[in-house]
Design a protein around this ligand. Structure first.
Ligand code: TNX
Length: 517
């Protein structure tokens, strides 16, 4: 009895302390990240979620119903209350409605109003409902993220009165994870998907092959994983995704409105493939596996036909695993080919990608080739020839001195690289995608992407340390209108994420330029 009583007291005291924090003023505009396109705080009491609050989804769309269930679950975790699904009265309700006629909201936009009577979330498509629910989630107390909280009695939570109309600036709001230099198991990738989706990002680019490892099962070329999948940087065991695991990741991401973009880097960054199949080498000899961090030394043999049969098999099998219309061919840092050999290779591979119904993406070196109108150049080298990039059919911006989350924050950062820059949070935040490639037509810029290269990040906790908080800065650049962004305001809102991120167990860096709560 003594023990049980003591434990209960401690738990009650802890819950009370958290509640006191939550009841202090928590204006919605200090919580929501990325910043909504339009947000008006209203006077008035706000909406109190209590035992008789009902939640209704006016749509039979399966995704909309799932989003409603997710919100019910976040509310249960915040309050201890399991809301009833069918409202008996017009008042005291949370309405999620899908209204395809609201075309001005776009596919990803939403409108959210909260007053004392009602919470009304409307979107034209399920993605918009999903993002509206992420916004509501950020207005709930941080412990809504924490499964294990035990409520001895239900707790009331009040959502502040607001009117929000929101939609993203860019269609491409990406994160990239290098699973080749260090391998990350499917559960790690799922966690990363959860975290990017909370910040309204919608692309996860997986760098699936590099010199140090091949990470995706290809049935026609089994040694790619049987041999090439075994290693990683530092010589620790690597790993790979079976085709079934990859499909499962695609489905998991899709439920969170994230599209997985597969990258097989070629013709360079291919030592893992070259060491698995001697025939892919010009001299027919397989090099040994590589577990260092040098770049630029490897290349597929661009003059052999077998190389293109190999590429086609890989493109075909990966395309069959996912409906996503993209295939990223890498194309970066080949130091062993002549420029004309490189261009010929990119153009031939582009033909294969297009033949299999996919849009080709490649790092900014591919801008030297003759590109198909559907192809996308991913800008990364700060000193790349901007005039050439301005002529690219389409662009994604990942300038390494702003958006590379594997760069150190400052000289004190224990892991990370610094070849492009040290990137404190402010530098990751204070740039405008519109000014990066002068002369590029605004319609050609699909958006922004933040890569984490994993030479120095051996675990997902290392990845989180480099990504958070800077990933949130990139998410806001990609989502919020430029004129709604300012560092002085952002840093406060960013600092306010600390309790939520802590509840989520994120290993974020308490960067000194942010006033952490
Ligand atoms: C450059 S970014 C690379 C990668 C490295 C990264 C490290 C790019 C297309 N190539 O191979 O991992 O720098 O920051």
């Amino acid at each position: 009895m003594g023990m049980r009583g003591a434990r209960r007291d401690i738990r009650g005291a802890a819950a009370g302390a958290v509640l006191a924090f939550a009841c202090a003023a928590r204006p919605a505009d200090a919580q929501i990240l990325p910043q909504p396109a339009q947000l008006e705080m209203r006077s008035g009491a706000g909406f109190e979620i209590g035992a008789s609050t009902a939640i209704a989804v006016t749509s039979s769309d399966a995704a909309a119903l799932r989003i409603g269930r997710d919100l019910t679950e976040w509310i249960r975790r915040s309050t201890g209350l399991k809301l009833t699904a069918s409202p008996a009265t017009p008042a005291n309700r949370i309405d999620l409605s899908l209204d395809p006629a609201r075309k001005t909201l776009g596919i990803e936009g939403y409108e959210l109003t909260v007053d004392a009577q009602r919470v009304a979330l409307t979107a034209a498509a399920p993605a918009g409902l999903f993002y509206g629910v992420q916004t509501i989630r950020q207005m709930l107390p941080p412990w809504s993220e924490y499964e294990a909280v035990l409520f001895l009695e239900p707790r009331k939570v009040t959502l502040p009165s607001v009117a929000i109309t929101d939609a993203p600036r860019f269609a491409w709001r990406g994160a990239m994870l290098d699973v080749a230099r260090h391998f990350f198991v499917p559960d790690d990738v799922k966690r990363y998907i959860d975290l990017i989706a909370l910040h309204k990002m919608n692309r996860l680019h997986l760098h699936l092959a590099d010199d140090q490892g091949w990470r995706i099962e290809i049935k026609k070329w089994p040694d790619l994983t049987a041999k090439g999948g075994r290693t990683e940087v530092g010589g620790t065991p690597g790993g790979f995704y079976t085709q079934q695991q990859y499909k499962d990741l695609v489905a998991y991401a899709e439920e969170r409105f994230v599209t997985i973009v597969p990258e097989i880097d070629m013709p360079g960054h291919t030592n893992a493939a070259l060491s698995s199949y001697p025939a892919l080498n010009c001299d027919g000899k397989a090099p040994p596996p590589f577990t260092g961090t040098d770049v630029g030394f490897s290349s597929l043999c661009v003059d052999k036909d077998i190389t293109y049969r190999f590429v086609e098999d890989v493109v075909k099998e990966i395309a069959a695993l996912s409906p996503a219309p993209y295939f990223h061919i890498g194309g970066d840092e080949v130091k062993t080919l002549k420029p004309e050999q490189y261009r010929m290779f990119v153009e031939r591979v582009q033909g294969i990608v297009v033949k299999h119904g996919r849009q080709m993406l490649g790092w900014d070196e591919i801008a030297a080739a003759e590109l198909h109108p559907s192809s996308v150049v991913q800008h990364w080298r700060p000193d790349a020839a901007k005039a050439e990039l301005a002529r690219a059919p389409r662009l994604i911006l990942s300038p390494a001195d702003r958006a590379y989350l594997d760069m150190k924050y400052d000289a004190g950062t224990p892991i990370g690289l610094n070849w492009a820059a040290m990137i404190p949070v402010r530098a990751a935040y204070e740039w405008d995608p519109a000014t990066i490639v002068p002369g590029a037509p605004p319609s050609a810029v699909l958006g922004v992407e933040a890569p984490v290269w994993s030479e120095t990040t051996a675990t997902i906790r290392d990845v989180e340390f480099m990504a958070f908080p800077r990933l949130a800065a990139i998410a806001e650049i990609a989502w919020s209108p430029q004129e709604r962004r300012s560092w002085e305001e952002f840093r406060v809102r960013l600092g306010a994420q600390a309790p939520r991120w802590t509840a989520l167990g994120i290993n974020f860096h308490r960067a000194p330029d942010v006033p952490w709560k």
